[in-house]
Design a protein around this ligand. Sequence first.
Ligand SMILES: *Cc1c(COP(=O)(O)O)cnc(C)c1O
Length: 361
Amino acid sequence: MNRVYNFSAGPAVLPEEVLKQAATEMLDYHGSGMSVMEMSHRSKEFEQIIADAEADLRKLMSIPDNYKVLFLQGGATLQFSMVPLNLMKNRVMDIIHTGAWSEKAIEEAARYGKVNVIASSEDKAFTYIPDLDNLQISPDADYVHMVQNNTIFGTRFTKLPDVKGKVLVSDMSSNILSEPFNVEDFGLIFAGAQKNIGPAGTTIVIIRDDLINDDYLEGTPLMLQYKLHADKGSMYNTPPTYGIYICGLVFKHLLANGGVEEMYKKNLKKAGLLYDYLDKSKLFKGTVRKEDRSLMNVTFVTGNEELDKKFVSEAKKRGIVNIKGHRSVGGMRASIYNAMPYEGVKALVDFMEEFEKGNLA
Ligand SMILES: *Cc1c(COP(=O)(O)O)cnc(C)c1O
């Protein structure tokens, strides 16, 4: 077996302990004589799995009782539809536009109502988080949408916008559980699992009770109604059972390893190592304004496309893989989610230093 350091933006690295445990339980889950994959979602075993996953996520994020936790499908992308269908009572949404994922949220919400872009960093290729002072929140906005961590461009919000009492909706797909958040600051949080939690196929929605009601836009399919999923405990239809099981194992793993506070410390240390090197490198440059740098997705370039390519391909030979930047940005991107060990980032920085020595003109 030869595990690599996998810097993929998603689906992404998972904790090795979790993968090993899943392997151990693969053929016979807790004496049931079958794999979780083969199990009815109505079985006692699976009911325990989903109940534990929810309870553990609640512990990790200190989710208050007046919030529901839903395990859904369709990725974060389906939330771009589900959120407006359920929340856009006046058919108005405000959004802070920080990249490709807010772009998609805008495109989708605009099918149902009016979208006001109240701040944007498009003028500088989304390399910063726009100024959040004096945001013009629309008086009739149903909610304000933000993308907490911008997976493609490598930026993150370090503070929250003042939404003047409006509902704040946050796409936390690539930074959920990476640092502490106060859930009560948000009306709704959603995240696809495949970046910082588990396998693709499970989407987590954390939604405040008062936003769950029968007042969705006309024609909203049953499957896209939060109320239905909340009433049915995420079991209206067959949920993504194996994915939820792995998410649950990851939650237990995090709890056993100091929880979100500890992850945050480790993430600061990992990102710090890489950014400190980028700041002194004569070859590599970070692409994002310093104060807005993501702890999860570190984007950088050499300034020379050929050299970028050479770096990516030589890194791969060293077991440092999936380091190529998103096709819309180019250069490199190292995604260093919770499950990426410090040693992985160290290996990357060591290789960057070596590459720099060999390739400085
Ligand atoms: C990956 C990602 C998405 C899209 O997730 P899917 O699960 O592929 O739908 C949306 N928002 C952010 C911030 C992401 O990182």
